[in-house]
Design a protein. Structure first.
Length: 200
């Protein structure tokens, strides 16, 4: 261990649900815990790009379908052809911020330290943390939990350009609804968009 290293019992790379739970469990057991997150806010891909945005869209769809059913189809639930996707996701920022606050408060309440930066292994028990301002710090940890989340799969034979061919992240940043969608790999987010919008 180098003289410049800080020492912790558990280093957690990533602050999504898995990293959060690992950090809090160790902290409750009396361990010194440090969480590294490369994004400005906690929550990881789950909160910011994957599960939470996708499920928020699904809940919007469910509410619209439920309204139609409970009104005995007296009211027509139909999306305008020039509807902006942002209007379907009006609650998204609210929901994401609520998750961020909850995770941040849980980490703070359990005395879990949090650093903003990217982690790189230099030995089995040492990690360099590169901050956004270019500074580097080294951490020695008895245990290291890698909870860095996931990113959309990009098959070599599918030229994802984020305009006409989208992945599960970029589908949630469309400006307007397309006339049609054809899921190629993972249909999850596309199907939720079908339900809420009536896209064919």
């Amino acid at each position: 261990m180098s003289a410049e290293s800080e020492s912790v019992d558990l280093l957690v790379v990533g602050s999504g649900p898995a990293g959060q739970k690992a950090a809090i469990q160790a902290a409750k057991a009396g361990r010194r815990v440090l969480v590294i997150e490369q994004e400005c806010q906690v929550g990881g891909a789950c909160v910011h790009a994957g599960t939470i945005p996708s499920k928020t869209l699904r809940e919007t769809a469910s509410a619209l379908v439920s309204f139609k059913q409970r009104s005995a189809n007296l009211f027509e639930v139909k999306m305008s052809p020039d509807l902006e996707v942002a209007s379907l996701m009006a609650r998204l920022e609210q929901v994401v911020k609520a998750h961020e606050r909850t995770i941040t408060e849980q980490l703070r309440r359990n005395h879990v330290e949090r650093w903003h930066g990217r982690a790189r292994f230099v030995s089995p028990h040492e990690v360099d943390i590169l901050a956004v301002d270019g500074t580097k710090r080294r951490v020695h940890a008895q245990l290291i939990a890698i909870a860095s989340g996931s990113r959309p799969r990009a098959p070599k034979d599918v030229p994802i350009d984020h305009e006409r061919i989208l992945d599960s992240d970029s589908i949630l940043s469309m400006t307007y609804l397309p006339e049609s969608l054809d899921p190629v790999v993972d249909p999850g987010d596309a199907l939720e968009l079908y339900v809420v919008s009536g896209v064919s």
